[in-house]
Design a protein around this ligand. Structure first.
Ligand code: ZN
Ligand code: ZN
Length: 348
């Protein structure tokens, strides 16, 4: 679980820095809009975008991504025993041995799409990534506010850059102008341009991932899906577990549903930064046709494993019978041999 104190003070630094930068930018942008363009409409527009950016930015870290230890039943506070029953049975991701994923640092079960964040020192629900600009993870609960901020701050940065950049250019090119334009206008054009472009690329990548219903982690790493082959864990290793790279993204339920799952089902949900999370972030809708393919594949794996187990048993019985027949023949030739030692199963 995360510790509080010094880390909270360190976390406040980027949050204050971003809020201060945005607040400085709106002062300059409003001055440009009123003094150069003499437009209340432009002033209102940039102020509205600024307020929206501030609201979504601060809601993102205030709301947080959602942590696994807050979900009842997942935190057990120790290593799991073989007799422990995981809190959910419908998880579709698994460890390499097919069992439900477990975080030995947090001592809690890991639901689908949850990952441990070493910066937050906790397992995060549907973790996207840890963002240093927020000093917190982006995950299940704050993903929507994060996307709203990225999109709107791109518009805001671009608009600030255009307004102040054109004003600076026009003043510099005007031979009748005898006043030096404020340097803050030029800084706003440069900073707004840099943020507008760089955050714009990142916003496009994030929306692309959202439409494909994959987190940044899932886009970079393959997801291992659970197989139904669990009757004999000793032989589980023979079954090749399917992954998102080999069979596709199980959480992709069509780009419309993918969008609605995070951004909300109604049009107003997409713009208003209220909470529209569905469920508790431990299970997610899946592509039922792909799940069916996985189940068929698991059934085939199970048959293959059962066959291998039978062959192994058959070989073991053959070796045992051979050994007994050899010892019996030896006993017939040498009457002093009466005790036939049992075969050692560990060497078969
Ligand atoms: Zn953890
Ligand atoms: Zn984190």
């Amino acid at each position: 679980m995360p510790s509080f104190g010094c880390s909270e003070i360190i976390s406040a630094v980027p949050r204050l820095a971003v809020s201060a930068l945005l607040t400085w930018s709106i002062f300059v942008a409003d001055i440009v809009a009123l003094n150069y363009y003499r437009s209340f409409a432009l002033c209102f527009l940039v102020t509205f975008l600024y307020l929206y950016c501030m609201a979504t930015y601060n809601l993102t870290w205030i709301r947080g991504p959602g942590f696994v230890y807050n979900v009842p039943g997942f935190y057990i506070g120790r290593e799991p025993l073989p007799t422990d029953v995981p809190p959910i049975s419908d998880a579709v991701t698994a460890k390499h041995d097919g069992r439900m994923r477990f975080c030995s640092k947090c001592k809690c079960w890991k639901p689908d799409r949850a990952h441990h964040c070493s910066s937050c020192k906790a397992c995060v629900l549907r973790m996207d990534h840890h963002c240093p600009w927020y000093a917190i993870c982006i995950g299940f609960r704050n993903h929507k506010n994060f996307i709203q901020f990225l999109v709107v701050v791109t518009l805001y940065g671009g608009l600030c850059a255009l307004l102040s950049g054109y004003a600076v250019y026009a003043l510099a090119m005007d031979p009748t102008n005898k006043h030096v334009f404020p340097l803050s206008w030029m800084f706003l054009a440069i900073i707004g341009g840099i943020f507008g472009v760089s955050v714009g690329f990142f916003a496009a990548y994030t929306v692309y991932n959202l439409l494909n219903n994959q987190t940044t982690i899932e886009a970079l790493e393959s997801v291992r899906y659970r197989s139904q082959v669990s009757s004999n864990p000793e032989f589980y290793r023979f079954a090749e577990l399917p992954t998102s790279r080999t069979v596709g993204n199980l959480f992709d339920i069509g780009y419309k549903n993918n969008w609605r799952e995070t951004m909300g089902t109604r049009l107003c949900d997409w713009f208003v930064p209220w909470d529209t999370c569905r469920g508790n972030g431990t299970s997610f809708p899946v592509d039922t046709s792909l799940l069916q393919v996985l189940k068929q594949r698991s059934a085939a794996d199970q048959q293959r494993v059962n066959l291998m187990h039978e062959q192994w048993q058959h070989q073991r019985n053959l070796v045992k019978a051979d050994r007994q027949s050899i010892m019996s023949a030896a006993a017939e030739q040498d009457p002093f041999i009466h005790n036939v030692p049992e075969a050692n199963p560990s060497i078969m």
